[in-house]
Design a protein around this ligand. Structure first.
Ligand code: NA7
Length: 544
């Protein structure tokens, strides 16, 4: 089948349009899915709610927004010419640079002609007799497709808290995940930041430098390690590019798609002094690698506590006011919530214009016209920044009305008690629907771009194989799905990850079922399983 250019169509003209594949979302997953499948001769159309490509990096424009994966490895590897021609300027790229990269990819591979921007998919209905998904958008477009690929992102729906009185606030409000496109200048303003996850921890030091007064409302102290971000030296980049394909192979063979250095299998197998040296060396290297400082920090309580205590010690050294330091010193299991990577976060609390309010035991009671009220005391501010996170992993999928008209199954019902999938790729009862980095896949526990590439390539191979064999319906069996769901849960139970209220568990969104959503078995095991399933003739899937 030749590659087909699809002109932009008015809704009424497109009523009968049928595609081989509809992709929802034009972030890194959707862009690669389009490029890959179009190149294989499939007729593909992408729908994107934003006005541009980039997904997460299109929406998260808050001050200080930066990737905490290293740029040289948080980028596509599928095309060597692309990785050779693009040059990252810093160890950790800032949001504008990542967005520029996404736009460069879109231009380079001429992706935009097959993307409908400013268009949100509202509903998707599968009609089994015709083996067709009927898709409806908020612009009134109605389209048909054999397959749908959900590239809707894991952190794309903001968790918008609804504090009593929120609407009465007279000043400006912002959510980090929906930051305005125009620059926001806090100079001379009194600003409140609510939330101290990655978004809060990245934005607080930047806002503190602008605002006349910054008040941070912290419900849980998070573990944060320094990024030690800085420019990438041209010689380093040249040397890495000279062996980029080799480095990418190494990256794919890691547990998480990150090139972390580990000091050994167990923190408890070495002396206290040796452990302290290893922790310090890891702190000095900076970044998420602290999660892998010893192989057992996520599984062994004592090892975990040793890592936790080391970081608490650092917080006490870095924060001059002992009262603030105690509030900021994280208390729970290290790495249970996502580890944060910062630039000057703890030192920011040494500034005279920065206050910290501990809302662990006394939560925010309301927002008044003048500010944020805690325990009846109002902190008057001109602007409030909600850094309150996302309805992660399932949020974007459940906001679309996804149903199978033939068997009456709907995603909302199937996932009522938490997400169930086979390999994080498909859901039983909803044929021909694929999720990229869906729940039940390593996704958010890994470097997202190599993970996305693996998913897209697996799906592309599967569709190609079906086309060759004259098949056009694929869904997992209930048995295969149940066994996978059980495996995902069991694997999580062997770690300390279920011991806190993290967004991995859905615990940050009131009423969300508490299920550990990503697969924690690691990227290598997961890749091997997916490859084996395909090699064995797509075991666990029914294809007709
Ligand atoms: P996170 O990590 O979910 O952090 C959200 C923060 O907001 C966290 O400190 C929450 O406290 C706090 N929060 C949420 N709701 C409230 C209410 N109602 N009151 C007070 N505080 C609240 O989101 P981020 O955007 O920072 O990061 C998401 C991911 O993006 C990150 O993990 C990286 O993968 C990149 P809590 O901890 O729940 O007590």
């Amino acid at each position: 089948m030749p590659e087909t250019a699809i002109p932009a169509q008015a809704p009424e003209q497109s009523a009968q349009t049928q595609y081989d594949v509809i992709v929802v979302g034009a972030g890194f997953a959707g862009m690669y899915a389009l490029h890959k499948l179009r190149g294989m001769g499939f007729k593909v159309r992408v729908y994107e709610a934003g006005s541009g490509v980039g997904g997460t990096w299109y929406w998260n424009r808050y001050p200080g927004a930066r990737c905490d994966g290293e740029s040289m490895f948080y980028s596509y590897s599928f095309d060597d010419a692309l990785q050779q021609e693009w040059t990252w300027s810093e160890r950790y790229a800032a949001q504008p640079e990542i967005l520029a990269y996404a736009n460069h990819v879109a231009d380079r591979f001429d992706l935009r002609r097959d993307i409908a921007f400013d268009t949100r998919v509202k509903s998707m209905t599968f009609e089994e007799p015709d083996r067709i998904w009927r898709v409806e958008t908020d612009t009134g477009e109605r389209i048909k497709a054999r397959y749908c690929i959900m590239a809707t992102g894991c952190l794309s729906v903001p968790n918008e808290p609804s504090f009593p009185g929120q609407d009465t606030f007279r000043g400006a409000t912002y959510h980090t995940g929906r930051w305005p496109h125009e620059p926001v200048d806090f100079t001379g303003q009194r600003v409140a930041v609510i939330g101290t996850g990655s978004s809060g921890i990245q934005s607080i030091p930047v806002i503190a430098r602008q605002a006349s007064r910054l008040t941070v409302f912290q419900r849980t102290a998070n573990y944060s390690v320094p990024a030690w971000n800085g420019p990438l030296e041209p010689d380093t980049v040249r040397a890495m590019k000279a062996i980029y394909p080799e480095l990418r192979d190494k990256q794919r063979a890691t547990l998480t798609g990150n090139m972390f250095e580990s000091a050994g299998p167990s923190a408890m197998a070495v002396s206290k002094e040796e452990r302290a040296r290893a922790f310090e060396a890891c702190w000095q290297r900076g970044g998420l690698g602290f999660m892998a400082v010893y192989g057992d920090v996520q599984r062994n309580d004592q090892s975990n506590q040793a890592a936790a205590e080391f970081i608490r010690g650092k917080v006490r050294q870095l924060v001059e006011d002992p009262v603030k330091a105690e509030i900021l010193a994280p208390k729970g299991t290290f790495g249970c919530k996502r580890l944060c990577v910062d630039t000057d976060y703890y030192a920011t609390y040494n500034r005279a214009n920065v206050d910290l309010v501990d809302i662990t035991d006394t939560p925010i009671d309301c927002i008044t016209p003048d500010g944020v009220s805690v325990g009846g005391k109002v902190c008057e501010v001109d602007a409030i920044v909600f850094a309150t996170g996302f309805d992660a992993m399932t949020g974007a999928l459940l906001r679309i009305d996804i149903t199978n008209a033939t068997n009456g199954a709907s995603l909302r019902e199937i996932w009522a008690d938490g997400p169930v999938t086979y390999l994080g790729l498909q859901v039983a009862g909803l044929p021909n629907l694929f999720t990229i980095t869906g729940p039940g896949s390593p996704s958010v526990l890994t470097n997202m771009i190599p993970t996305i590439e693996q998913h897209v390539e697996w799906i592309a191979d599967c569709l190609d194989d079906m086309r060759e064999k004259g098949l056009d319906l694929i869904a997992p069996t209930q048995e295969a799905q149940s066994a996978w769901v059980e495996h995902v849960a069991e694997t999580a139970d062997h770690t300390l990850r279920g011991t806190c209220n993290s967004w991995y568990l859905g615990a940050n969104v009131p009423g969300k079922p508490r299920v550990f959503m990503p697969y924690i078995g690691g990227m290598i095991a997961y890749r091997e399983t997916c490859a084996q399933v395909a090699a064995d003739g797509y075991t666990g899937f029914e294809r007709t």
